[in-house]
Design a binder for this molecule. Sequence first.
Ligand SMILES: NC(=O)c1ccc[n+]([C@@H]2O[C@H](COP(=O)([O-])OP(=O)(O)OC[C@H]3O[C@@H](n4cnc5c(N)ncnc54)[C@H](O)[C@@H]3O)[C@@H](O)[C@H]2O)c1
Length: 353
Amino acid sequence: MHDEKRKIMITGGAGFIGSHLAHLAVARGFTVEVVDNLVNGNADYLADLPPDACRLSVVDVRDTDAMRDLMAGCDVVYHLACLGVRHSIHSPRESHDVNATGTMSVLEAARAVGIGQLVFTSSAEVYGSACSGPVVEQGELAPTNAYGAAKLGAEGYARAFHVCYDLPTVVLRLFNTFGPREHHEGDCGEVIPKFLLRANAGQPLVVFGDGSQTRDFNFVEDTARAILEAGLRPEAVGHVINVGSGFETSINDLARMVIDVVGNPDVQIVHEAPRPADIARMCANGTKARELLGYAPEIPLADGLRRLNEWYAAEGVTVDDLLTEECVHNWVGDEVAATGRLRDGAGRAVPTT
Ligand SMILES: NC(=O)c1ccc[n+]([C@@H]2O[C@H](COP(=O)([O-])OP(=O)(O)OC[C@H]3O[C@@H](n4cnc5c(N)ncnc54)[C@H](O)[C@@H]3O)[C@@H](O)[C@H]2O)c1
């Protein structure tokens, strides 16, 4: 089956996870059509791939006609394009528009073209407050923010297109993914890059709440491997599958691990008020991923942290420069705009003055 599906589309392929998926797919001999409007992506992340193996089209996934044209000749679509969780807190309608309505456009185009298999990357945020330990896919769903709600709506559309129109769809619920090219900036900034950069600069690590909240951190190369498999295995069609490491780490423990990796014991951990609607626990039960995708994570958290830290060191950019793009309370629109990392619906930077 693997050999029959040779050309794939990756929406959001110039982003963090999508660019790793593109590199993995090209290394495995696939031709890759990337669609990304570059609102948060970076064409440089794909620049080292041969042009005949990977093409980037700067297109918005909500443009169904353009998506249909670009999908012609593709065997599998991986739909990763999205706006993130903190963006949804200051801009819930735009989050709905891209994450739910945009998925509808992708599904409509895939149906029109007769795509062989479509993978939608949902999120553990759909479990929301219902997650109280390693969670199985059949569990309760209680998103606490517009991002999780839009992802849940989009999951429903992916399932409906499978049942109603026989479009072979697979839904993956990704847990926190980390690694090189992960966002540190603006409202995309994630906890691990923010902690690593701050620890390297000797600045305090800011924990929102008491730090007992847990997350399941999966290294990006592991996540990309699971995603690729989900588009190649017919037995995955019609399923919802968790993709995580299966290990639960508190934010306090993460902060201590980062300080250890960076080797700067003087770095302080400070606590501020919790982020609105933050989730207490998140961890994947990985049984279905193992059974349906043959997937098992390979890179432990501490090794992944070291690799990410080495990647920053090799990039040739100073941590102080990178930290100028960081926004501490990056779910608050005004504060994100003040860093120059808040975009409008067309991907333009919102002026900061
Ligand atoms: N990173 C994580 O920890 C994590 C966790 C759970 C789920 N996910 C899911 O994985 C997928 C990839 O996430 P990521 O971390 O790589 O995010 P990312 O922001 O790096 O990548 C998303 C890409 O989508 C592009 N994009 C946004 N709106 C678009 C639009 N309207 N049209 C075309 N392109 C558009 C952005 O420019 C960006 O390159 C997303 O669907 C996300 O919900 C990620």
